[in-house]
Design a protein around this ligand. Structure first.
Ligand SMILES: Cc1cc2nc3c(=O)[nH]c(=O)nc-3n(C[C@H](O)[C@H](O)[C@H](O)COP(=O)(O)OP(=O)(O)OC[C@H]3O[C@@H](n4cnc5c(N)ncnc54)[C@H](O)[C@@H]3O)c2cc1C
Length: 647
């Protein structure tokens, strides 16, 4: 591994006494940086404790600088760190030198205990019970259960704390389930509604139709979630992408092999809770109901998806795998059903939940004259750090996450040239995956197991791109793509500014360029982060989780300038905010392009039906009305309600 400490690119060890954790805004991830007296003075309010801590910080800064310069003489940071202290020593010393006050409040009327405690208490059930019993002066044996109602990590200060809300059951037994499960009825004789796509949008639409007494007929181009796994393995092993069975297509949709993050910007709490409860009903860990940032994990999702399918079948619904819908049957501006590649046709109103990777669907709709609109997307690469480094930065500790805390998350946003540059779909303790949905493409994405325990943490790092950008800075890039005969032939209408598929063409061009730069297979082109920022080719690459392999490539040179210059500006800003983040230990892997749909299938806001064609309900991420598992699921339920009302 190359040493970059002298260039200021690498993370360096910190004397923990000198680490300052700023006071952040609510909900914002605070980053840490070595204490600078001026900076502290600016931020502080005039309490006596804070004045004292400032004085000691000045002293600490001096010690820190001394230690740091001595460290710089030693290139191998990890060797040095491991010789310093054991984790137990460290935690004991932390507790002694930086005592923190665990706090507890009990609202007897509301039956709620609110706590702010250290992770060793928060994540150890026995210690938590003892702490509560001692604080409330009750016998610990009278506590039958402490049901978690909310949990969030506050990593803004030097000492990471966990906020908990608990419902205590003292001298009484808790109920078996915390929520009433949804009742699904027999719909074998109900009216049929066609659901195209078995991603979160389609599956939740089907389940909601059953609740409403309608019979869902689910048509899915890919294989069932277990068979699909074998095709996914082949992408890494043989570099072959099955266009019908991959990370995007197949039962469970794009969400099946993912991190399974379940947070959404949706403000409709009731809707979100319903979706999370349904996930629990089909086998998700009930922790998702209480965590501030819930996630399921790719190892657990397939079983949950399978249980959902079984429920649909048990109730008399239908699920057809390897059945690709090729055409809508439209008569007098009304959808009557669909034609499939198998030669079969299915009749009924159609919920179209085909996701954002089904380019053939957009092409077919456009060819059938069904109104579409181009939509902005964000593009860039996936950035991968050692997870230990991200833990150290986010938890302000050389020891990283310690024994109790989960792998740390981050979230960054910056502005560059009037466009947003931001981290996207962060996967702590996860892996980077080859997410192409067809041949001659390289697309990367990220996923994590439930324990989030891989040696890496990754995130998309993307630049907002709007349709109007295609006429400006992106035009040369697209022209270059057109120089390729096959591309020019299949994208002959690319220069038509009214063409609603233009943003999708840009996405395709970028994925194809990435495939070429990667050596025309699933090997992904990559560059060390600091090298990318400094416009240098990386002579070697660190180990990565991306299993098809990486090839060193000057991304700064061949990515569209519009993207690379803004990413560089963004990385510089993120590096200033979090020391150690901008480092050559991290790699940027190209290209992240499937952040959202490049096309919107226009629908009426109230009826949710297509603006022009009755009986068609564009749904989920592919229609441009959702972004992520939970919002696609919510949209699926809404479309089911709209379709059921008309069926
Ligand atoms: C690797 C990866 C990781 C991700 N991680 C997360 C995460 O942690 N959290 C999160 O919220 N989101 C994540 N996402 C995004 C999330 O998966 C999507 O937002 C979500 O799945 C969209 O749901 P959807 O039902 O609208 O579409 P999709 O999930 O894309 O489902 C569409 C389905 O339609 C099928 N289909 C397509 N065309 C046809 C056709 N013609 N006929 C029949 N069937 C068809 C497809 O095979 C697919 O199963 C991730 C995505 C990927 C690829």
């Amino acid at each position: 591994m190359r040493d970059n400490s002298k260039r200021g690119g690498n993370h360096s060890p910190r004397n923990r006494n000198a680490i300052s954790a700023g006071r952040g805004h609510e909900g914002e991830h605070r980053k840490f940086s070595p204490a600078r007296p001026g900076e502290r003075r600016e931020r502080s309010t005039a309490s006596q404790t804070q004045r004292n801590s400032r004085a000691s910080n000045n002293k600490e800064e001096h010690i820190y600088n001394k230690e740091r310069s001595s460290y710089n003489k030693n290139n191998d940071y990890r060797k040095k760190r491991s010789s310093l202290v054991t984790r137990d020593d460290y935690e004991t010393r932390q507790a002694r030198e930086h005592p923190v006050e665990n706090t507890i409040q009990y609202d007897e009327l509301e039956r709620r205990i609110t706590l702010r405690v250290t992770p060793d208490i928060a994540y150890d059930e026995e210690r938590l019970q003892r702490f509560v019993a001692e604080s409330l002066h009750i016998d610990v044996r009278t506590i039958n259960a402490l049901r978690l109602r909310k949990r969030s990590i506050d990593a803004r200060q030097r000492k990471v704390m966990v906020n908990l809300t608990l419902e205590p059951f003292i001298n009484e037994m808790p109920p078996r389930l915390d929520f009433a499960p949804v009742e699904y009825q027999d719909v074998s004789h109900g009216e049929r509604v066609i659901v195209v796509g078995a991603g979160p949008g389609g599956l939740f639409a089907a389940l909601r139709l059953i609740e409403l007494g309608k019979k869902p007929v689910v048509l899915e181009r890919g294989k069932d979630v277990h068979e699909r796994r074998k095709d996914i393995a082949l992408i890494s092993r043989q570099h072959s992408v099955d266009p019908e069975s991959n990370y995007s297509f197949g039962e469970g949709g794009a969400g099946a092999y993912s991190d399974g993050k379940l947070y959404t910007r949706s403000k409709k709490r009731g809707n979100v809770e319903k979706i999370l409860r349904v996930f629990c009903q089909f086998g998700a860990n009930p922790d998702i109901l209480i965590d501030a940032h819930p996630h399921i994990g790719t190892d657990r999702l397939p079983r949950i998806i399978e249980n959902m399918r079984k429920q649909i079948l048990d109730c008399g619904g239908e699920v057809h795998f390897q059945t690709r819908v090729d055409k809508l049957i439209v008569e007098q501006e009304e959808v009557k059903g669909v034609e499939c590649h198998t030669g079969e046709s299915f009749y009924g109103p159609v919920i179209l939940a085909t996701g954002h990777s089904a380019r053939d669907v957009y092409r077919q709709l456009h060819a059938q004259g069904i109104a579409l609109e181009q939509k902005g997307i964000a593009v860039g690469g996936r950035l991968e750090h050692p997870s230990e480094l991200i833990d150290q930065i986010q938890y302000h500790s050389r020891e990283g996450r310690g024994r109790y805390l989960p792998a740390a998350e981050y979230s960054y946003v910056a502005q560059s040239g009037g466009r947003g540059v931001y981290s996207f779909c962060m996967c702590p303790g996860g892996i980077v995956v080859p997410a192409a949905s067809g041949p001659r493409q390289v697309v990367v994405n990220g996923m994590s197991p439930s324990l989030r325990n891989s040696a890496w943490s990754n995130s998309g790092m993307v630049v907002e791109t709007r349709p109007e950008d295609l006429d400006g800075e992106l035009a040369p890039f697209l022209l270059e793509a057109m120089a390729d005969g096959t591309f020019a032939e299949t994208h002959h209408d690319m220069n038509d500014p009214q063409n609603p598929l233009r943003m999708m063409y840009f996405q395709e061009a970028l994925e194809k360029a990435t495939w070429q730069q990667g050596g025309c297979n699933q090997t992904a082109p990559a560059q060390r982060m600091a090298d990318f920022v400094n416009g240098r080719l990386s002579y070697d690459l660190p180990k990565s989780s991306y299993s098809p392999g990486l090839i060193s490539s000057p991304l700064h040179f061949w990515l569209p300038r519009f993207v690379s210059t803004r990413l560089i500006e963004g990385f510089n800003a993120f590096g200033r905010r979090s020391r150690g983040f901008l480092t050559n230990e991290a790699i940027l892997i190209a290209s992240e392009t499937r952040t959202s749909s490049p096309v919107r299938i226009l629908r009426n806001h109230e009826t949710l039906a297509h603006v022009q064609v009755a009986g068609l309900y564009p749904c989920g991420e592919g229609a441009g009305y959702a972004g992520g598992i939970v919002s696609a699921a919510i949209d699926g339920e809404r479309c089911a309600e709209a379709a059921a009302a008309k069926a």
